[in-house]
Design a protein around this ligand. Structure first.
Ligand code: NAP
Length: 505
């Protein structure tokens, strides 16, 4: 028995709950969850999940068929009405229990994330605990999202005979597609709000990260999410993505991933609500009065945490030539003293491999092209398998490939500008618009400058970051559609429905 602040005394999750997930061979073959049962796919086709840490196959997941997708979505559609008619307090209790059991299994889930996606111990643990907190927060915030009552005579030309009762309704069946870099957290940021608002969820996890997501699914199921309300379909985006996003019974898509895939999904999806978090190519603009030592520390954390595989990573740094001259040696120093690259299972290493051989090839290519285009490698630049050194490039210009396309790896570029307007133009000419950070001691000047930048969020004197999770989080241009953040996501995953009462005169 355990005590939970939301639920009082509760049972721990039954020990054998995860038995149904796989065949327990070495490596295990995992089933998918069709909404009722854990089953192998009739396709007979499976996908090996290779650990980026040591190349081991850590498991094999199913590649589901179109008819399995059809029947799972049918179940989700059937289950949704019943789920939404359950009192929201009851739905909240189920979510709180899931959050509790995520915390209870923190060590197992952390170890799974480390081997599956190569996160360092502290980053993986943070992801798991933050996910549990996020579920609790969504469950509580859902209770206070309410509709409204409006009087007709507040609009010119109308009298008091009309009033609208506006309630918030679920959208229906929500398709949730998450990326490899935060497979648990960015799945939870979709599943929890969709469920608390009374939607059912068709969950397509990232292939690399899908095993962690199967564990997550089982936690929600055992916590009480009823049959059909959550289905988890594995298979690569290439194989099953198109069929899923164009399925007639999907009523909304919430997606996090690259801008390229996001754009292709948006083109195909048709007239349904979309909530997309896509790629970022985030700048740090450093003004001459900034605290350079502090700024260098933020740049190193911003550029190299989780090997630069974060949508909010710092990808380039802009400043006047003397500022950049002063900053680069400090950034190099800080990188040497604070980044320890190596096997992420060892707790003292804080930077592991990138996600795959293919990703490492792409990042290496980007570095070599930048060099050929005239950039200087000031630090790093070398690769050993999937391990890419933290890499610092100088003399980069806005036309180079490394500036135009998000490099999802540990690479940061430095650019010298002659005027602030030039920096603003470079940032605003980008195809991306997730976040930008400005370093200055003059916060007023930072705010004025921030207002000129076409991005979703400005960070003054901090690296870009998503949290706290109740702040609005959004990308403009190629970086996203819609707004996330606790109350914003809850609104996006529900819709207003008006009943207009025409009062007798
Ligand atoms: P990705 O390759 O675009 O994949 C994202 C998700 O989409 C995965 O589940 C993937 O499945 C699926 N997918 C791929 N092709 C699809 C298709 N044709 N139809 C439907 N789904 C498809 O991205 P990633 O490499 O996993 O993640 C890194 C990217 O995500 C970066 O660009 C990063 O900036 C972005 N990201 C953005 C945010 C944000 O909040 N803005 C947060 C995190 C990450 P498979 O895994 O099976 O291919």
């Amino acid at each position: 028995m355990r005590h939970n602040q939301h639920l009082g005394t509760i049972e721990t999750m039954p020990k054998d709950s995860f038995e149904v997930l796989s065949d327990h061979k070495s490596p295990p073959t995992y089933n998918f969850f069709d909404g009722e049962k854990w089953v192998p796919s009739h396709s007979g086709k499976t996908i090996d999940i290779v650990s980026p840490v040591d190349d081991d196959v850590i498991g094999t997941v199913q590649s589901v068929t179109q008819s399995e997708i059809d029947s799972s979505i049918y179940r989700a559609k059937q289950a949704q009405k019943k789920w939404s008619s359950l009192p929201i307090t009851k739905r909240g209790q189920i979510l709180h229990l899931a959050a509790d059991w995520i915390r209870h299994h923190e060590q197992m889930l952390t170890a799974q994330l480390i081997t599956e996606i190569g996160k360092s111990v502290s980053e993986a643990k943070d992801e798991i605990l933050r996910s549990a907190d996020m579920i609790d927060y969504f469950a509580n915030a859902g209770l206070s999202l309410r509709g409204e009552e409006l009087e007709g005579d507040a609009f010119p030309g109308y009298d008091q005979s009309k009033m609208a009762i506006v309630e918030r309704c679920p959208i229906g069946v929500v398709l949730a597609i998450s990326p490899f870099n935060y497979p648990v957290n960015l799945s939870v940021s979709k599943l929890a709000p969709a469920l608390i608002m009374g939607n059912s969820v068709v969950f397509k996890p990232p292939t690399q990260g899908s095993i962690s997501c199967l564990y997550l699914t089982e936690i929600f199921r055992v916590a009480g999410v009823p049959d059909g309300t959550l289905v988890t379909l594995t298979g690569t985006g290439n194989d099953i993505g198109n069929y899923l996003v164009t399925h007639k019974d999907i009523n909304m898509i919430t997606y996090t991933g690259s801008s390229q895939v996001g754009k292709s999904i948006a083109t195909k999806a048709g007239m349904i609500p979309l909530l997309f978090e896509c790629g970022g190519n985030n700048p740090a603009l450093v003004l001459p009065d900034a605290d350079m030592v502090f700024t260098a520390g933020e740049i190193v954390k911003g550029a190299f945490s989780y090997s630069g595989q974060r949508c909010t990573a710092i990808k380039y740094v802009l400043g006047f030539p003397p500022t950049i001259d002063q900053l680069i040696p400090l950034v190099v120093e800080k990188t040497k003293s604070s980044i320890k690259m190596g096997d992420p299972r060892i707790e003292t290493n804080n930077m592991g491999p990138v996600i795959s051989e293919h990703a490492a090839d792409e990042i290496e290519k980007r570095i070599l092209v930048a060099k050929a285009e005239g950039a200087t490698i000031v630090f790093g630049g070398k690769r050993d398998g999937r391990y890419i050194e933290p890499t610092i490039l100088d003399n980069v210009n806005p036309h180079m490939e490394v500036m135009r396309i998000e490099t999802f790896g540990p690479v940061v570029s430095f650019l010298r500008v002659q005027a602030i307007d030039e920096a603003v133009k470079i940032i605003n000419d980008s195809d991306y618009g997730l976040q930008a950070c400005i370093f200055t001691k003059d916060e007023g000047a930072g705010i004025v400058l921030g207002k000129q930048l076409d991005v979703g969020t400005i960070q003054l004197n901090n690296k870009p970051q998503r949290g706290p999770d109740h702040f609005p989080f959004l990308g403009v241009k190629g970086s996203g559609v819609g707004v996330q953040g606790i109350s914003y996501t809850l609104e996006a995953m529900s819709r207003p429905k008006s009943i207009v009462l025409n009062k007798p005169q």
